[in-house]
Design a protein around this ligand. Structure first.
Ligand code: OKS
Ligand code: ZN
Length: 342
């Protein structure tokens, strides 16, 4: 399996994440990809290629123009306002308040942020843009006939909505790839999100559409970030009714239950009969992930890959979360090897 990868991800190296009332070095850090890259090389999964450029059109096919302009200029404007630390949202248009984008950068951060843990820094925009192009390049490989491809994206994307960032995400790489498939001849695309966290951004982007199926396995929102989306009764709206499937699971969930949910998810995908499958691949369902509560083991990830392969669809894997850094390479590559039948 070919991997698409760019060192540009390193341009995002935020020093702060608001966690437990402290500013800590972020869980979502550049070394995550070093471990995955190292493991890919070690097992010889396949060639590792640089991304191509697709310009801004496929980004703007998913995200609001004003949101993209905000991301692009936020760091410079934050600095110009005289702030000394990294840019962190701290005020929101909460219940019964006005939903108008303010002029001051401090207010705009809250307008566009879905949460406060994700700092915007120098290089964040360039890294996010490169990450989207990694996904688009992978999508092009699958469109050209590859049975599978691994888009080694960073920063991740599935929490980003058309005009929202947060949960370490800025541009929704999987959604951009799905829309690119749709705009280039594919009639139906399915997104299977196996990251521990609910892909609220992806769900939101396609919620009223029948041409992109969204299916997600995740920590139940009563207990897990992003907390405010991902319940089982969210099934789509309008033409999109029935084209969102959420499979939330409680703290402590192990692979027996998780795998049964995966079977349910894959049954829905099979029924939908998409032209291609995009897997939002997070490995934060791992038993020792520091911010999650599922109990999957390293060998479970191999079985996960094999189960996904049994769907028999052209498949684009898009990297999302995973924070047990020491094991992230093994767990991620296990999915890909499992898919290939090792
Ligand atoms: C808040 C927790 C923030 C978690 C962000 C989740 C990132 C992720 N203390 N999404 O898939 O892995
Ligand atoms: Zn996650």
């Amino acid at each position: 399996m070919e991997t698409i990868y760019s060192e540009n991800h390193k341009l995002r190296d935020a020093q702060t994440e608001l966690y437990g009332g402290q500013l800590v070095y972020p869980f979502e850090r550049p070394s995550r990809l070093d471990y995955i890259h190292e493991r890919l090389t070690e097992v010889g999964l396949g060639p590792i290629s640089a991304p191509d450029s697709f310009g801004m059109a496929p980004i703007l096919a998913v995200h609001d123009f004003a949101y993209v302009a905000f991301l692009q200029s936020a760091w410079d404007r934050w600095q110009a306002a005289g702030f000394e630390g990294e840019a962190i949202a701290n005020a929101w248009p909460a219940r019964r308040m006005v939903q108008t984008c303010p002029t001051h950068i401090d207010g705009q951060l809250g307008y566009y942020a879905l949460a406060a843990e994700t700092s915007i820094t120098q290089g964040t925009w360039q890294a996010a843009l490169s990450s989207a192009h990694v996904a688009l390049t992978g999508a092009e490989r699958v469109r050209a006939g590859a049975q599978s491809c691994f888009a080694l994206c960073r920063p991740p994307g599935h929490h980003a909505a058309k005009d929202l960032y947060g949960g370490y995400c800025f541009l929704n790489n999987s959604a951009i790839a799905a829309q690119h498939f749709r705009d280039n001849g594919m009639a139906r695309v399915a997104i299977l999100d196996v990251d521990f966290h609910h892909g609220n951004g992806t769900q939101d982007i396609f919620y009223d559409r029948e041409d992109v199926l969204f299916v997600s396995l995740h920590g139940a929102p009563e207990y897990a970030f992003p907390y405010f989306l991902g319940y089982a009764n969210e099934t789509g709206t309008g033409a999109g009714e029935g084209f969102t499937l959420n499979l939330p699971m409680p703290p402590g969930t192990g692979f027996d239950i998780w795998r049964t949910a995966l079977a349910t998810a894959l049954e829905r995908v099979a029924e939908y009969a998409p032209d291609a499958l995009i897997v939002s691949l997070g490995v934060d369902s791992f038993e020792t992930d520091p911010i999650s509560f599922f109990k999957l083991t390293s060998s479970d990830f191999t079985i996960m890959g094999a189960d996904i392969a049994a769907a028999g669809l052209p498949t684009l894997f898009v990297m999302e979360g995973g924070y047990d850094i020491a094991e992230i390479g093994i767990n991620t590559v296990n999915v890909l090897e499992g898919f290939q039948g090792h």
